[in-house]
Structure formats: structure tokens, C-alpha cells
Design a protein. Structure first.
Lengths: 390, 920
């Protein structure tokens, strides 16, 4: 990528080698920026700029002992007081509600497995992204339940059957036909014989053991039979972004959406961190946490450096699974008994520690605060040894 | 054989630890002993600390704390008294021997001496006692553990219900888990093992059948529906061999299961449950003493009944009562038990309640502490103070002191303070003799003290200008909430600060109070000065920009100044002089100078800066060129200075100055710019007036039309809705669609009225100056005053609360028209109708609620974050690790850049390029 940025002729190799010299010393982002700025400049200029940049970079590095954790916590906690509680509408058009603001941040950092407004942004592959077959695409994604296309349910108590009258209009709308619907129902409705009529389905119960009440409970189940689309996706909304169409959905199902052939699986994202962790792994989950938290903070017009969010995400994902910032998650992983006890449920922690004779090595902050000793961070980190005159 | 779980000793131990520790000769206090009950000799790695009592440089520190459970034996050993009577004092009010206030347990009365150690009040930290329980009692906190032990060990032979051949592999596995994943993971796998065992009903060792054990909460265990007595339980637990304990997650060195059934109860020292003497001379005992009194009384009664051979049923009853008292002694919030109460009906605060929650020992006294040498009052602004100064009233300055050690060179200087005494400023309040004795200075002692003073003494002198203080405002949400300031002693009774520094503290002057702390040692002062002083905190670690900028009037002032180009030289000089500039040579020698030239005088001569474009909305003609701030060679060539450049957290102007010229310079420049802005307003005058919001007739007409047009559109939508002709949005009902569409129409109308108001408003009116410069308010506020307040929304919807189908009973049901659903078509100036006012009050209250609900939520989030991440730090190898040395990041933030040293989070290559590469 760096090479691509140096899109000029002439002393190409020279400049590349200069840049290569600095590869270990400067982060790639800075090298790229230097490259794009110095297009057409002389070699000496490039070298000088790189030299200058690496000097500044060295100066801007964190000092050992800096308690970056607290700084990150402050940087996210402090603007938290300025955030609103309200949910926001999506992109001005008021068709979908998304949890934003403080509740969303809390939700992400809690590491919850069920989030309040699951959502996906589905990017499409080439011809489709330009709007080809957009309607078919949205239909293939959006889940249609049997109840969505039904005009009437009739229960025939005499011969233990349920007649489902379908609405032709709605069927046409979702681009399906009776036989495909019948097939879907047949597969899902176990214990029933399904026969398709002109615009209705008749489900006849095979066994009559459980009486009529069973028919009523089954009716509710039958209503929820999925006819087409991806399970869990309740709404779709195609949005034009730049020159391509993106499909925003309510509800997520990464696994199935990603396996659809017209979906661009490299860019499609879900906002459900737990799901991402399950399907794509912990690194993806970490990135998802960063993106989601950053999105909220940005939408509130607040300025928080991405590094702070990264650190939070890294603490949450450090153990290979997403752990929430709660007493059951990250805090329970602490080595120090007193640090855990000072957070929540102190008695439980002290009791358990006593049973196995746990040792608190006093390595972190609170424990040392408790016993009035310098904390091993920042200026408390280095020890001073002097020879005492005898 | 009972045990006290850990917390109790900690409470007491914390006390002596807080005073400076100087080890007396011959003492061999192992590091842990204060906190620890049983220090296994293996872990006692007390270093060979050589202590030279003469030099008094004993540096003693606690290296680790081991948690453990007291065995009944240890309790007896460490006890200094056996408690046998519930009586506290005899007729003379002297503590009874063998009573709960026995002076062998320590003293709380001045004048008495501890019988155990012979020390007086405050010197003796107290000693434990014990009582022998007549019958074993179950420790409430161990009930779950007893349950699993009973269920998972054989009722016949006491072995764990795991087949012989699998025991060793399970142990090995646990060992491996602890080594690899830590103690917490081990705890979890123990739990897994135990859940698997609960279903086994035949012992793999002795083949005996296992009967069902049930727990009747809180403390009764049942076997086949029959109660098992604690004696029986204890017998069973005793049978479990040491080698099996590991599988239950227990360590036999620390804990034997039978210890969880108490036979001996330790009595905490009186010093941790002091009685207080009321004004009437009556004694009021501590809650713990009350509870212990109950226990001792019932215990004695139980003894008597047993000895007298009372019927079993009476003994059982007393036993249960004793169980209740002991249970509530440990925890008075057990779900199934009624809490033990005072006579007044308020529940007793027993051991658990002492420790847990925000007001408990851990969070209240251990993780947070109180401090001396501090002050608190109301704050008020004083722009004449430096940004890093704090104005301290005389009253406070004469109470707070700074210790200064007397030596040959400063003795004369310090004597002056002592001479003045505590009543005359600047004086001294105390002198400390070399042996540590503190002497208060009073009118009578002044003379003797002046004579006495010699090198080695310490004088606690009153605060003076230039002293160092840490200034703080709660809530201390970030590190800029506590900064170090220089003291200026001033008249009047408030603490004063420069309004520019309000931002980091989030302070205003509507009655806010702030705290002041005076560091007392050289180390503390040095750290405060180097790490905490205002100038060191200029750049926020949150986003890498200046947190301190110009505010309010100062922004309006600089904005007006930089816009004007016709300022009399005289006025210009006056302004600069008031700002504190003495060198006017850089001001052009002309009769009329421009505001930009005045500002340029403050800027360093080699300063280069290119700002970002500001919005050019409504800017016309010549002003169009003025939208970018360009500073070249220290001259402000174009651009007006506004919030985007001078405000807190915005723009790179302040950041660039800081980067190039350092913190001292930027603080100084900031102070001068700030003062300049205020001086400008002082001289030119600045005041908002109602006529600022006047609009020409034409504009008013336009606004009116816009609103009626919107009304008409809404009406149309409503009739469409009633005729069922409205196109529904996907996934929405008809009603919701209507709402959304109406909302959109009304919002559009409001925005349009706003635009009309903005275009017709006088751009030079103070109101517009404030909005445009970003000093206060925005165009929306102006539009709301001049044109139309707009739709009042609650939870993102129009108002529909109130009566059934209507908001106020004056409207018809199902009236969806704007005015019935909270649309305020008047502006604040023209005045609201009663309905509109009511709707406005509704949303006002709603947003009040929102704030009230948000504060605790975000506070809790913050607490959790801080707790989870407090021990992350950058190591010497530049990795970020936690206290357990687990690597969290290999390089902080992926590039190792400290945000506080970056420019808005990045290394500004473009600026570097401008300096070193761009000018060819």
C-alpha cells in the first residue's frame, strides 16, 4: 500500500529505500502520510521530514509507568455524564430506531449477549451493489413469517385440521408462490400433513391424542413458520451510500447473511459484539467493540481518542472471550483479592480467598491505597536505593 | 474451634498502619503479621531489614497479605480473655472482668491501662477474647460450603465421591489449571467438579448408599427430611481427609471443614466497638457489643440448662436462639431471618454491614480516606488572577499551614512568622520540636517559642503568596479536576479562580464550592508542582487538545476585536497595557490600527499557523476572505478569532502554540488573550437587548406564511390518514407513519423559520456576535426567540401524554393537529399561549428527569471502568500490562503514542511538512 502512495516516477527506488529505513521506527500511518505529502520532493527533503517525524514520534511516546488504564477510564467516563439517554432515529429518516448514547455504551461494555437493537449493514457484491435486483435481494434477506402472508386461520375441530388462507396480494409482494410456501410449511410443521389448495393450505394433524387444545397451541407455532429470508432479520432498508446500495437491517444473523452469494462478506457488519465473537472470532469482536463505542461517542459530538477505546476493548477481549466490565467479567479476573473486594461483593471475595489461603501481592493500585503505601504506577514505580552512611 | 473470617482483624490493623511507622528496637514484626492471623511459616519471607534506630530511616513496607481462616486453636491462643458474663460494667462503671468490655481486650476510657499490654488509650490497638459456645453453631457465611461438602463426601467414610483412580487425575488437572489460568479459573473448575458430584448416590470407596441432603434456609440441614444437628454435621466434616479437600477448592493448611461449625467464637477487641458517652453521662454501646451481649447471655443460659439437665426441647430452643444471634452477629441481612433490631426498631449494623457497600469499611475507610490541611468554600471568578493561581481568603490562609524546617540560613526568616503568632498575618500556628512534640502558638507562648527556635525545629507557618495548593472540584471525573495552583492570599471569603480554568473543573459560580489541599512534604510539593500544576495539564489526555481556552466574554471580545480594523492607537495601547504588555514596538505606527494587529502583538514573532475554514453561512462580501485564520511570522493576517480557535477542545491554534513554545508560554499567552478579550468588551461595551431579536415586517410575514403552510400540510396528512390513503412505511402502522410524517413537516417548517430569522437578524447585534463567535448560544436559540420555538418532543415523539386520546382536556379527542400535540408556533419574544407554555414545561421536566437518571448510570459505568482498568500501566518494555503482568497491548494504542503529547491524537506530519518541506 505504501508503494502505491508513491505514485511518481524517477527516484522511486531511492525513496522507497529511505522509507524502508524508517519502517521499524515509525508507524505505518505516518510513513504513508509522509509519502503522500512528499510526492515530487527531493530525496533530502523526504529524509529530513522522516527524521523530523521520527523525532516527534519518539517525543510523543508514552512514558513507562503511565497508568493508561485510569486515563482511558476517565476519558470514557467523563464524557459519559454528557451523553443523552435517548434513542436516536436512523439517518434522519425516521424508520428505524437504534439504541444510542449512554445505554448503548453500557450495553457494549457490559458484554451482553442480547442487545436491545441488533442491526446489520449489508454490503453487496458488484452488480447488486449498483442496484441490480435490489428488490429480490431485500426479499431474500428479510425474513417472512407465515403470519405475514396469511389473511385467515381456520381451525376445523371436526377433522383436526388447520386451514390457512393466504393473501394473494402479500404473496405477490414477497415474490413467492403457493408451492414454495407449502414446501416451507411442510418442512417446519412436524406432525401435520400439508396439502396446498389454490390460495390456501390445509394442515391435518396426524395424531389426535392431545385433544383440541393442542391445535390452538400449534396454530401459534405455525404462525411463526419462516417462509423465506434470513432468520432473525425483521426489517430491511436499502440505503444509498455514495454510489452503492447498502442494506440496513433490524435483527442480525451474521452466519447466514455472510453465506448469501450476493453479499460482500468482507464489509458486511453486525452491531452485535457477542455474535461477531462467535462467528468471526475474538479479534473481530475487539474491532467491533472499538467501532461501536466510537460510533456512539462520535454521534454525540464528543471527542475521545480511539486509543482509549482500544484499551477498553483489549481489556475486554484479553482472555480470548468477550468479558464485560462487570463484577462477573473483567473485575473477577483480577489477581488481587483486595482489588476485587473493593469493587463489589467484598465479603464473598474475602471469604473465598481465606478458604484457600490466597495471597495478595499488592501489585496494583487500590490495595496499596488501602494500606497507605505508594502505588506502583507513575512516580511510585521506581524505587530509590541509597547507601546509608554508617 | 471456631474461626473468624478475615475482615475483623483488618479493621483494627488499618488503624496503626496509618501513622508513620518507626520500628522500635528489637521488634521483629513480620510484614504480614498485622493483617494476618495465621502466617504459614513457609510464606514468611521477611527480609533481613537492618534497622538503625538512631537514623530513624526505617522503611518498612507490606509486601503481601495472606488471607486465611482462624482455627479454633489459634483463636484460643491469640485471645487474652475468656468472656463469661454479659454484664459490661459494675456499679462504679468499671469494666467487669470476663465481661465484654473487659480491659484485657483493650481500653477505650482515658486513664485506664490495658491489662494485656499495659498501654493507654490510643496506644493499645486492642486484643481479642473468646467465648466457648455451649453447643456448636453454624457459621452463616459457610452454609453453602457445608452444603457442598455434605453432598459430595460420603456419609459413611467421609471420602470424596470420586472413584479412587480418578482422584489423582482430577487433582493434577486442577493444579495445571491454577498454574496456567490462575486461581480464579481453578475456582470455576472446582465448581464444575462439584456440580457433577451432587448426583452420585453411592460411595465409590465404601459402597454405602448416600441419602438426600437438603438445606432449609438459612441454617438447618435435613437428611431424609430429618434434621441433622450441627454436632453431627461437625462430626461428618471432621471425617473428610485432608487429601480430599483440594478437590473442594480448599487448602488444609488454611482451612479444615469442621472449622465452619463454630465451637469457639472470637470476641473482637473493645477498640473496634467503642461505646460513646452521651451528654447525659449515659453510655451508649456499639451495635456489636449489643449483639455480643445477646450471644453471651443466651450462651450462658444454654450452659446452665444443659448442666441442670433441662428437657431436650428447652435446650433445642435455646440452641436455635443462639444460632440466630450468632448468625445475625455475622450478617444482619440474611434473607430468611428477621434482622436484629435496636429498641428504636432500626436494624443493628453487624459485621457484614460494617464491611460492605459504599459506606462500609472497604470503600469508605480503606479505598477512600479523609485528609487534614484542606479547605472548602464557595468559589467566585477573578480574571485578574493568573490562570494557575488561586485566590485564598485570609481566614483560610491563617488556618492552613506549611511546615518549614528551621536551619541556620532561614532561622531569622522563620522567626518572623513565629513572632507574629497565629493572629497576625503572616504568622505561624505551631512549632514542632525535633523530638516530634508539637507546640501550639498562642499569645502567651509566642515569646518563649521565638527564643526556643533553633535549627532542627519545624515551623508551621501560614500560607503565603506563591505557596502550592491542590485545587479540586467534585465530581473529580478526570485528572484535570485536581490541579495544582499557586496561592494568592486575598481579602473576602471566597476561593477565587480565573474563569478560563472553569472548563477543566466544570465549575461555574452559581454557588459551587471547591476544595483546597496543602501538600505537607517536600516530595508532595515537588510532585504537585511537576505533575499537577495547571500548565502541565493544558493538553487533555482524552483528545490531545487544550482543555483550557477562552470562554464567554473573552471570546466575544476577541471576536469583535479581530473583526474591527478602525481602532484608535490610543485605545489599542490602552488595551495592550491592560493586558500586561509593555513592549508596543510591534504595533504598527499608525493612527488607526486593526484588531488583528493588536492581537498579533501577543503572538510570538516566528509563529506560523493555518487554521481550518469556519462555516461561511451568511457571510458576505469582503468578510468572505476572513473565514480562515492565517498567522504568518507572528502576524494574524486573516480570520477572526472565535471559539473554533480559542475555545476549549477545539482547533489546533492553542495546541500548536503549546507544541512549539511550551507550556509556560502558552499559559501566559492564554492569560493575556483572555484578559485582552475582556478588556475589549469593557471598553467597547457589550449588552444584549430584546431588539436584537427584532425582525423586519417582511420576515415576520414570511415566518407566518411558513407556519400556516405547514399547518395546511399537516391537515392534509391527517385527512389522508382518516381516509386511509396514507402510504405506510414498511414495518410501521398507519398511525406511526402519520406521526413521522407530521413530525417531518413541522421540523422542516421550524428550520425554515429559523433560517428566515437568521438571515434577517442584524449580524452585528450582540446576540448574533455571541452566537457566531461561539461564546454562548447558537442560531437555534436566536430563532426560538425571534421566530418559532418549534415542536416539543418527548422520547422522540410528539406529546401524546395526558388524557385519553388528547393532551389537554381543552382539545377534542384524536386531534392530531400541531397545536394540540405540542407544536409551539410562537417565539419566546412574542410569548407563548398557555397551552404552548404547558407543553414547554412538559419537555422541560422530561429533560430534567433525563439528567437525573443519567448521572447515576454514567457514574456507575465510570466506576466499573475505573475499577477494571486501574492497574493497567505501561511497562518499561512499552507493553501495557495489568497487575498480574498479563499483556493487554503490545504497544499502547497500537503506536505507543501518548494522547496528551499528540496533536488531537496524531503526529502532525502536515505541520512538520509545512516547516521543513513545504517552503521550497
Amino acid at each position: 500500500m505504501f508503494n502505491a502512495c508513491l505514485g511518481f516516477t524517477g527516484a522511486r527506488t531511492d525513496k522507497m529505500s529511505i522509507a524502508n529505513e524508517y519502517k521499524g521506527r515509525l508507524p505505518k500511518k505516518i510513513l504513508d502520510e509522509v509519502a503522500s505529502l512528499t510526492q515530487g520532493s527531493s530525496e533530502a527533503k523526504v529524509r529530513k521530514l522522516l527524521e523530523e517525524a521520527s523525532r516527534e514520534y519518539e517525543q510523543a511516546k508514552v512514558e513507562p509507568g503511565e497508568c493508561v488504564g485510569i486515563i482511558s477510564a476517565e476519558s470514557i467516563g467523563e464524557p459519559g455524564t454528557q451523553m443523552t439517554l435517548n434513542t436516536f432515529h436512523f439517518a434522519g429518516v425516521a424508520e428505524m430506531n437504534i439504541t444510542m448514547g449512554l445505554p448503548r455504551i453500557i450495553e457494549i461494555l457490559d458484554g451482553r449477549s442480547e442487545i436491545s437493537t441488533p442491526m446489520m449493514e449489508i454490503y453487496l457484491k458488484q452488480p447488486y451493489s449498483k442496484g441490480k435486483d435490489l428488490k429480490e435481494v431485500t426479499l431474500a434477506i428479510r425474513q417472512t413469517l407465515l403470519k405475514d402472508i396469511v389473511s385467515e386461520f381456520l381451525i376445523n375441530v371436526a377433522d383436526f385440521s388447520i386451514e390457512v388462507k393466504l393473501s394473494q396480494e402479500r404473496i405477490a409482494e414477497i415474490g413467492a408462490n403457493i408451492s414454495s410456501i407449502a414446501a416451507a410449511v411442510k418442512q417446519a410443521a412436524k406432525g401435520y400433513n400439508v396439502s396446498a389448495g389454490k390460495d390456501s393450505l390445509v394442515l391435518k394433524k396426524k395424531e389426535r391424542d392431545n385433544g383440541i387444545n393442542a391445535l390452538y397451541t400449534d396454530k401459534e407455532k405455525i404462525k411463526q413458520i419462516s417462509i423465506q429470508g434470513v432468520k432473525g432479520i425483521t426489517q430491511v432498508l436499502p440505503v444509498k451510500r455514495g454510489d452503492e446500495y447498502v442494506i440496513i437491517t433490524a435483527g442480525t444473523n451474521l452466519k447466514e447473511v455472510l453465506s448469501l452469494e450476493f453479499v460482500d462478506d468482507s464489509r458486511t457488519v453486525s452491531n452485535d459484539v457477542a455474535e461477531i465473537a462467535k462467528i468471526l472470532g475474538i479479534e473481530a469482536a475487539r474491532q467491533a467493540i472499538i467501532n461501536e463505542v466510537f460510533k456512539v461517542i462520535e454521534s454525540q459530538g464528543l471527542n475521545v481518542d480511539i486509543r482509549h477505546i482500544m484499551l477498553v476493548a483489549d481489556t475486554m477481549c484479553n482472555l480470548g472471550v468477550v468479558k464485560g466490565i462487570t463484577r462477573y467479567g473483567v473485575v473477577s479476573e483480577k489477581a488481587s483479592v483486595l482489588a476485587r473486594a473493593s469493587f463489589e461483593t467484598p465479603i464473598k471475595h474475602i471469604l473465598n480467598a481465606a478458604l484457600i489461603g490466597e495471597e495478595d501481592k499488592l501489585d496494583s493500585v487500590v490495595e496499596n491505597v488501602m494500606i497507605n503505601q505508594p502505588t506502583p504506577v507513575g512516580t511510585g514505580l521506581p524505587g530509590l536505593v541509597t547507601k546509608v552512611k554508617r | 474451634m471456631a474461626e473468624q473470617e478475615q475482615p475483623t482483624p483488618i479493621e483494627e490493623a488499618a488503624e496503626p498502619a496509618s501513622s508513620e511507622v518507626i520500628i522500635p528496637e528489637g521488634s521483629e514484626v513480620p510484614e504480614d503479621v498485622l493483617e494476618e492471623s495465621e502466617v504459614p511459616p513457609s510464606t514468611d519471607k521477611s527480609p533481613k531489614v537492618r534497622i538503625d534506630p538512631e537514623e530513624q530511616i526505617a522503611g518498612k513496607s507490606v509486601r503481601s497479605i495472606i488471607f486465611s481462616v482462624f482455627s479454633p486453636k489459634t483463636i484460643k491462643q491469640m485471645s487474652s480473655a475468656k468472656i463469661v458474663t454479659p454484664e459490661l460494667y459494675d456499679k462504679e462503671g468499671y469494666p467487669v472482668d470476663g465481661g465484654l468490655m473487659d480491659i484485657r481486650l483493650g481500653v477505650i476510657d482515658p486513664g485506664l491501662k490495658c491489662k494485656t499490654c499495659g498501654s493507654k488509650l490510643k496506644e493499645c490497638s486492642g486484643h481479642f477474647g473468646y467465648i466457648e459456645l455451649a453447643r456448636p453453631i453454624i457459621h452463616i457465611k459457610f452454609v453453602p460450603l457445608i452444603m457442598t461438602l455434605l453432598k459430595c463426601s460420603c456419609q459413611g467414610c467421609g471420602r470424596v465421591l470420586i472413584p479412587k483412580n480418578k482422584v489423582d487425575t482430577a487433582k493434577k488437572e486442577l493444579g495445571r489449571i491454577e498454574e496456567e489460568l490462575g486461581i480464579e479459573e481453578r475456582r470455576r473448575s472446582v465448581k464444575d467438579i462439584i456440580t457433577n458430584l451432587k448426583t452420585i448416590n453411592k460411595c465409590p470407596w465404601c459402597k454405602s448408599k448416600q441419602s438426600k441432603i437438603a438445606l432449609e434456609k438459612p441454617t438447618t440441614f435435613l437428611e431424609n427430611e430429618k434434621r441433622i444437628s450441627p454436632i453431627e454435621i461437625r462430626a461428618r466434616l471432621e471425617k473428610i481427609p485432608d487429601e480430599d479437600l483440594e478437590l473442594f477448592g480448599l487448602r488444609p493448611q488454611n482451612f479444615r471443614p469442621e472449622w465452619s461449625i463454630l465451637t469457639i467464637l472470637p470476641i473482637p477487641p473493645v477498640t473496634m466497638r467503642p461505646s460513646i458517652t452521651l451528654e447525659s453521662g449515659e453510655r451508649s454501646e456499639d451495635d456489636l457489643t449489643h449483639k455480643l451481649g445477646d450471644i453471651v447471655r443466651i450462651n450462658q443460659r444454654l450452659f446452665e440448662n444443659i448442666n441442670a439437665g433441662a428437657p431436650e426441647i428447652i435446650i433445642e430452643d435455646l440452641w436455635d436462639l443462639l444460632q440466630y444471634h450468632v448468625t445475625t452477629y455475622f450478617d444482619n441481612e440474611v434473607a430468611q431471618l428477621p434482622p436484629a433490631r435496636h429498641r428504636s426498631g432500626q436494624p443493628l449494623k453487624t459485621l457484614s454491614e460494617r464491611i460492605k457497600s459504599k459506606e462500609g469499611r472497604i470503600r469508605h475507610n480503606l479505598a477512600g480516606k479523609r485528609t487534614n490541611f484542606s479547605a472548602r468554600t464557595v468559589i467566585s471568578p477573578d480574571p485578574m488572577l493568573g490562570i494557575n493561581e488561586v485566590g485564598v481568603p485570609f481566614e483560610i490562609a491563617m488556618k492552613l499551614t506549611v511546615p518549614e524546617r528551621v536551619n541556620e540560613w532561614n532561622i531569622a526568616y522563620l522567626k518572623n512568622f513565629v513572632k507574629n503568632g497565629p493572629k497576625k498575618y503572616p504568622g505561624a500556628n505551631y512549632i514542632v520540636r525535633p523530638d516530634g512534640k508539637k507546640k501550639k502558638l498562642t499569645e502567651e507562648t509566642i515569646e518563649a517559642s521565638v527564643e526556643e527556635l533553633q535549627p532542627g525545629y519545624v515551623v508551621e507557618r501560614q500560607l503565603m503568596d506563591g505557596d502550592i495548593a491542590v485545587f479540586n472540584r467534585q465530581p473529580s471525573l478526570h485528572r484535570m479536576s485536581m490541579m495544582c495552583h499557586r496561592i494568592r492570599v486575598l481579602p473576602f471569603k471566597t476561593l477565587r479562580l480565573n474563569p478560563a480554568v472553569c472548563n477543566p473543573y466544570n465549575a461555574d459560580f452559581d454557588g459551587d464550592e471547591m476544595n483546597l489541599h496543602i501538600p505537607q512534604t517536600e516530595e508532595a510539593r515537588a510532585e504537585a508542582e511537576i505533575l499537577m500544576e495547571v500548565q502541565t495539564q493544558l493538553i487533555s489526555p482524552r483528545y490531545g487538545l487544550s482543555v483550557i481556552g477562552c470562554v464567554q466574554d473573552s471570546i466575544s471580545g476577541l471576536y469583535t476585536l479581530t473583526k474591527r480594523s478602525d481602532i484608535d492607537r490610543k485605545l489599542a495601547l490602552d488595551l495592550l497595557a491592560a493586558t500586561g504588555i509593555e513592549d508596543f514596538s510591534r504595533l504598527p505606527k499608525r493612527e488607526k490600527v486593526s484588531g488583528k494587529e493588536i492581537v498579533s502583538v501577543l503572538l510570538p514573532e516566528d509563529f506560523m499557523f493555518f487554521g481550518e475554514k469556519r462555516s461561511d453561512l451568511g457571510v458576505e462580501g469582503k468578510e468572505k476572505e476572513d473565514i480562515t485564520v492565517i498567522i504568518k511570522d507572528g502576524k494574524l493576517l486573516s480570520g477572526v478569532l472565535d471559539r473554533n480557535n480559542l475555545g476549549e477542545g477545539s482547533g489546533l491554534l492553542l495546541r500548536t502554540i503549546h507544541k512549539k513554545y511550551g507550556k509556560e508560554f502558552s499559559l501566559d499567552l492564554l492569560g493575556k488573550l483572555f484578559r485582552l478579550g475582556i478588556e475589549v468588551l469593557l471598553r467597547l461595551g457589550f449588552s444584549v437587548i430584546i431588539s436584537d431579536t427584532d425582525l423586519p415586517e417582511k420576515a415576520r410575514q414570511e415566518i407566518k406564511e411558513t407556519l400556516t403552510q405547514a399547518d395546511r400540510e399537516v391537515e392534509e396528512l391527517i385527512s389522508l390518514y382518516h381516509n386511509n390513503k396514507l402510504d405506510t412505511f414498511p414495518g410501521r402502522t398507519l398511525r406511526e407513519t402519520l406521526e413521522l410524517k407530521i413530525l417531518e413537516v413541522l421540523n422542516r417548517a421550524r428550520n425554515k423559520t429559523g433560517e428566515i430569522a437568521a438571515t434577517h437578524a442584524d449580524r452585528d447585534s450582540p446576540t448574533m456576535v455571541m452566537a457566531d463567535s461561539g461564546a454562548r448560544g447558537n442560531l437555534l436559540n436566536l430563532a426560538q426567540m425571534a421566530a418559532c420555538v418549534g415542536q416539543q418532543a418527548m422520547r422522540g415523539k410528539r406529546i401524546d401524554k395526558g388524557y385519553r386520546g388528547r393532551t389537554i382536556s381543552a382539545f377534542k379527542r384524536e386531534d392530531f393537529s400541531p397545536h394540540a400535540r405540542g407544536f409551539i408556533s410562537n417565539g419566546f419574544k412574542s410569548g407563548l399561549t398557555p397551552f404552548e407554555f404547558f407543553f414547554g414545561a412538559m419537555t422541560g421536566r422530561d429533560s430534567l428527569m433525563d439528567t437525573a437518571l443519567r448521572t447515576p448510570k454514567s457514574g456507575y459505568l465510570y466506576r466499573r471502568l475505573a475499577n477494571a482498568m486501574q492497574d493497567l500501566k505501561v511497562e518499561y518494555d512499552h507493553t501495557v500490562r495489568d497487575a498480574g503482568k498479563r499483556i493487554i497491548q503490545f504497544s499502547y494504542g497500537e503506536d505507543g503514542v501518548d494522547v496528551a503529547k499528540s496533536e488531537n491524537g496524531v503526529i502532525n506530519v502536515q505541520r512538520l511538512f509545512g516547516v521543513h518541506g513545504g517552503q521550497d
